[in-house]
Each structure stands twice: as C-alpha cells, then as structure tokens.
Design a protein around this ligand. Structure first.
Ligand SMILES: [Zn+2]
Length: 362
C-alpha cells in the first residue's frame, strides 16, 4: 500500500472513530464478540499474539497489582485505531488516556496500573498490516533496589522499566504529554512521580501537571525510534521531563514561560525578568516531596537559571510554613540539587539516583 493511501485510510479511521459514540463502539464490540472465530485471548502466557490486517477483537487478562503495558508493534503506520472495553481500573484509564497524546505511530503502547484484582477487558484493534500484540507486567511490589555488589556480581538485577500508568482520574494529579512509548520509567521512579503528583494536587487542590519524555520503551532516549534524538540523557528510565506548574490559567504542560534568548550559538535561556506564569510554590513542593523520600533520591534537577533562583527562595518559605521538611528544603537550597541549565525554559528535568532500569521489551 502506498504512503498516500495509508494516510487516507488513517484519516478515514480517525473520522470513523469520531463518528461513533462509546455506546455504539460497545455495541460493535458485542457484535464482533458473537463472531467467536475472530476472538483471540491475550494473557501473559499467550503473549505475543500476531494479528492479521483488518479488525481483531481480543479478550485480555491482566494480572492484579501490576504495572501493565499493552504493546502494538508492526510497520510504523499500520494502526488505524484501538480501543479498550471494560469497567476495571486498567481498561478505564487506558481508554481515557488514548488517543489525544499519541502520534498514531507504532509501537503504540497502553500502560496502566491494575487494582488488587486481576482484570478482564476486551480490545478492538484495526490495522492495515499484520501487527503483534505484546503484554508485559511487573508487580508493583517488585521495586526493591539491588545492591551495588549484587548488580556487579550478577546475583541481583536492575529494577524493571515500566510504562508510566495512564492516570486513573483527576486525583492522580498528572497527565501524559506525548506518546506513551516515550514515558517508560524505572518502577520506583514511576511510583515516586505518582505519589508526588497525587500529594501535590491534594495539597494545592490544583490542576494536573504534565509529564513529558522519560525513556523509550526499550530504555533508549526518547525518539531514538524515529532517529531524532534531542536529549543527551534520558537512558534507563531515571531522567524525567515535567511541565512547569502554571498559574496563568493555561495548562501546566511543557511550554515556554519566559522570553528566549540565545546565550551563545547553541544555547538558549530565559531573558532576565521575563519569567511569568509559573507556580513556584507548587514546583518547589513537588520536587521537595520527592527529595524527602530519602537522602540522595534526586541527583540533579535541571532548570533555567531564572527559575532556579526563585525556587531556592520559595523553598525556604515552604520550609518555614511547614510544607517542606529538612531534606526537601536542603535539596532546594543553594548547595542542593538544582542546576542552572540552558534549554529549560519550558520544563524541569529530574534525575533520580539508582541503576539503569532493565527493559522488558527490545
Ligand atoms: Zn530532560
């Protein structure tokens, strides 16, 4: 099939998707279910499954209390649409998250955290070429740090790289900006982020903060699959880009909060005095909350120099008001983890301590 006809099919697919209400999708899923010969069962045991071109209906079983990712792989533009049906927390979260943040390219990945019971869901997948569907899962309590010695002598292994779960709702305190295939984190990093986002939202009764690039599904830098890497780090799931919490009525996503100036030929930063619309209290609280988990939890936090100075000031205020403790305010002090860095006018970059994560996918 030519690229042009693929594109036409893709846009036809998009229109098709828009024209159907969730209820008619559900009816369609029911109808397809009656044609039993087309239903495939996806589980950790049967994964990966190969799906033919066309429409496939699957019933999937996902394990309890786990970070789960459903991975559609194949030719980059093969996917027309995919949809999950079911009332469990995993199905609901991945249905809500897709497809606004995606670019439509494969691999397309749906990640979520399951509840304390195993979950059954149905999946409807439309493709123009054969694809494979892979299910991976890591138990949420399989998050203990290996010892340096164990890692070295091979008696222990690195923690898993997991897809940051699609948020379960408003109280999660975060949203994902960009394709889910670029938001894979070491399991404990994902858990720290989720806890800090939830706590920040609760404390400030605020809008969600957007998470952008972490690592690619295979532990490489985001966009390595497209050959347009723009990061010098972000390998192994311990580097995280987060949007700046905003107080200018716009979303707390990755966007410039100051006027860009070039510091030299290749580096840009904020023009002095132009920073605006950043909720520094919320940003300091979010970073400080993670730093308070344990000493050295955050190795470095990269921000623009203008934001760094404001964060240091606000963190001491939060400490005085009792919002931050010793570890949190120390991390955000002059001698702490904040590093003034060019190209950070639109986000903050958190670097966690610990080993590079072990990817479960090639
Ligand atoms: Zn970054």
């Amino acid at each position: 099939m030519s690229a042009v006809s693929r594109r036409l099919l893709l846009s036809a697919g998009a229109l098709f998707g828009l024209g159907l209400s969730p209820r008619s999708w559900a009816r369609e899923a029911e109808g397809a279910k009656e044609a039993k010969s087309t239903t495939l069962d996806l589980s950790l045991e049967s994964s990966p499954l190969t799906l033919p071109a066309g429409r496939s209906l699957l019933s999937a079983s996902v394990p309890a209390s786990s970070f789960v990712s459903l991975v559609v792989r194949g030719p980059r533009e093969a996917l027309l649409g995919a949809r999950a049906f079911g009332n469990g927390p995993f199905a609901r979260a991945i249905r809500r998250a897709a497809p606004m943040e995606e670019d439509g390219l494969l691999p397309c990945i749906y990640s979520g955290l399951t509840g304390d019971q195993a979950e059954e869901l149905s999946l409807l997948v439309d493709v123009v070429d054969p694809v494979t569907l892979t299910l991976i899962a890591t138990r949420a309590d399989d998050n203990k740090a290996p010892s340096a010695r164990g890692l070295k002598d091979g008696s222990e292994r690195a923690r898993s790289l997991v897809g940051l779960p699609a948020p379960r709702g408003r109280t999660a305190g975060y949203l994902v900006q960009g394709p889910a295939r670029y938001t894979f984190a070491r399991i404990d990093v994902a858990q720290s982020l989720m806890a800090a986002f939830e706590k920040t939202r609760k404390t400030f009764d605020s809008e969600p903060i957007w998470v952008s690039d972490i690592s690619q599904w295979n532990g490489k830098r985001p966009k390595s699959d497209l050959g347009i890497v723009r990061h010098i780090s972000h390998e192994g799931g311990a580097d995280v880009d987060v949007g700046l919490p905003a107080n200018d009525t716009l979303p707390s996503n990755v966007r410039d909060h100051c006027k860009r100036v070039f510091l030299d030929e290749t580096h840009a930063g904020c023009s002095p005095g132009t920073a605006k619309g950043i909720d520094f209290e919320r940003l300091a609280y979010f970073i400080g909350t993670i730093a308070e988990e344990e000493e050295g939890r955050l190795v470095k936090v990269f921000v623009d120099d203008a934001y760094r100075r404001e964060l240091i000031r606000v963190a001491q205020e939060l400490r005085e008001k009792g919002f931050l403790k010793e570890l949190g305010s120390a991390a955000l002090s002059e001698e702490g983890v904040l590093v003034a860095s060019p190209w950070h006018m639109d986000h903050v970059h958190l670097r966690f301590s610990g080993e590079r994560a072990r990817p479960l996918l090639e």
